[in-house]
Write a protein that binds this ligand. Sequence first.
Ligand code: SF4
Length: 650
Amino acid sequence: MSFGWGGQILRLDLSNRKTSAVSTESYTRLFIGGRGINVKMLYDEVGPEVSMFDPANKVFFGPGVLAGTPAVSSSRLMVTGLGAGGFLRYAGLGAGIPKEIKCAGYDAIVAEGKADKPVYVFINNDSVEFKDASHTWGKDVYETQQLIRDELGKSVEVMCIGPGGENAVAFGSIHSDWGSVAGRGGMGGVMGSKNLKAIAVRGTRGVKLAKPEEFLQIAEEQRKDYASREETIESMRLWGDRWLSWCLQEGGLGARGNFEAYDGPLGWDTMRITKMDDFAEKYGAGWHVCGSCAIHHFMMYDVPGIGKGGAKCTGTTNVTSTLWNNDWKLGFQVYNLANKYGLDIMSITNIIAFLMELYDKEIITTADTDGIPILRGDANAIIQTIHKIGKQEGFGQLFKDGVVQGAKKIGKDAEKYAMANKELELEPYEYRAIKPFALASATNTKDLTGALNERVYNWAASGDKATRDAEEELALKIYGTKEAALPHSYDGAAISTVVDEGRTCACDMIGVCKWVIPWDMSEYYDIQSKLFSFATGVEMSDEDIVFAAQRVVTLERAFNIRRGLTRADDTLPDRFFEEPVPGGPYKGEKLSKTKFAKMIDDYYNLRGYDKNGTPTEETFIKYALKPEWEVFKKETSQKIGNLSVREKLT
Ligand code: SF4
């Protein structure tokens, strides 16, 4: 009997409309669950000859081990596949569907092949049906969920794509409920390329716990403890909703436009949190929550003439500062429209900011944009560009594969204004100012959030000495050096990135929300390992789980090296090395090429990579990845996956 895990991996063969289930057992010892099992299957099953929208690409949906249990904030799911830029991408999703998948008995779902016409899949415990999705094709993500629920009943949970994903846009996202989104990396586009509109799940089996009494006791204590931390919960709610943007700008952590300006005096001062509070008061429609979450992370709004939906986290900066927009109502409209199309909010706003800069510099004119002047902050320009990209009409077609490929098509030196890393559009952080952010963003498989150093975040966002001292002490405890809390220091960045990669990935494997666990609650890692052990009956300490997570990070890296990733890809746009921060508390800062290279060297050393960023044989062996090493050695010795091969594939 399998405790903790569902026990099976469900395969959806879309080409032949067949399903099969295999045991999870062979994956769990080394790869645990969620993001871990996902990458092991991806590594074994998707070779370097496959491209993003090739039917041979696969999408792996992995709820974490604790999904379906009463552990706090455990209804989380990781989606992994070959995505934007031709590299492994992963993104997280919450709401109720991770729990349903686990309670249907599955630790992962694999979507493979390509259906001959649009389908959605209905999983009802053991019963799996391919259903006609033609009536949902072209519908937005909210309409789609409603149509499927109308057919199957309110108790099913649905994750789906919008028109952006249907059109195989490389930053198409996957949506569940009113605002839970697997946004980054384009897995929604891969779903669309397979004619897979949605997966609907009803799971009623529950999760069997190895030591239920011990588990429930700790889970209850944890829940009570969370409930008692009113101040933390309140600030997390506001961070998730409005404070994040405020702190980004107040602390000088955020950028305006296409990383062209400091936001404080230009825009944020005119908007301020008070205006967002007024908006929330007027249009707030409750809090979105993932199953079993104690926090209720972000607010739902219902605005006449715009509609209902969520807006959260860094995305609130994207729809305001990135777009030179000081009107939060327009910001919400932009967020909601991008969500409806199923387009990643980071990528779409990054592309619009890029176009605004090109238009301002007269590199493009209305002749290039279907007659639309792409003026900074202009509502019509923003809304029309989203429609064009979502529908893949007119100049929107230039950006089907993201900002870098769009810039190449435009020519005229436009590429130098494409703010991306490995062809994934950057989040709107001020990388020149915050050196650990620069390293994490340059090296991570996903983006900055794959290794977000919250100590430096809080240090920079806070002006008071007591908070900064406390953050330095925490950095000393977690990373072994106070330097890791200092924005301007290159020296603590490598260790904080490596530690945070492991801890973030651990959350993504056991299936707890990384926004809850590390946030002011570092001691909670120990509780997670206890919950994991009581759920599964497999004794693992905090260190054991993090070690397994570092194995997973290494394998993700190896997958990308097989696809041609080199040291040259672990960088950021030239702008950050050449143009200083134009204002704010970090005015004048830019990245030093020499110090950045040293930071990369330090990071590679700590990770067990060689000078080119390739995991060494010793590193594979250290993480018990001998079979994976054999595949790696064979392919790389045949020079499959070198840069020229990758360019041919993407
Ligand atoms: S904090 Fe937000 S993202 Fe995390 S589990 Fe709770 S509702 Fe979901």
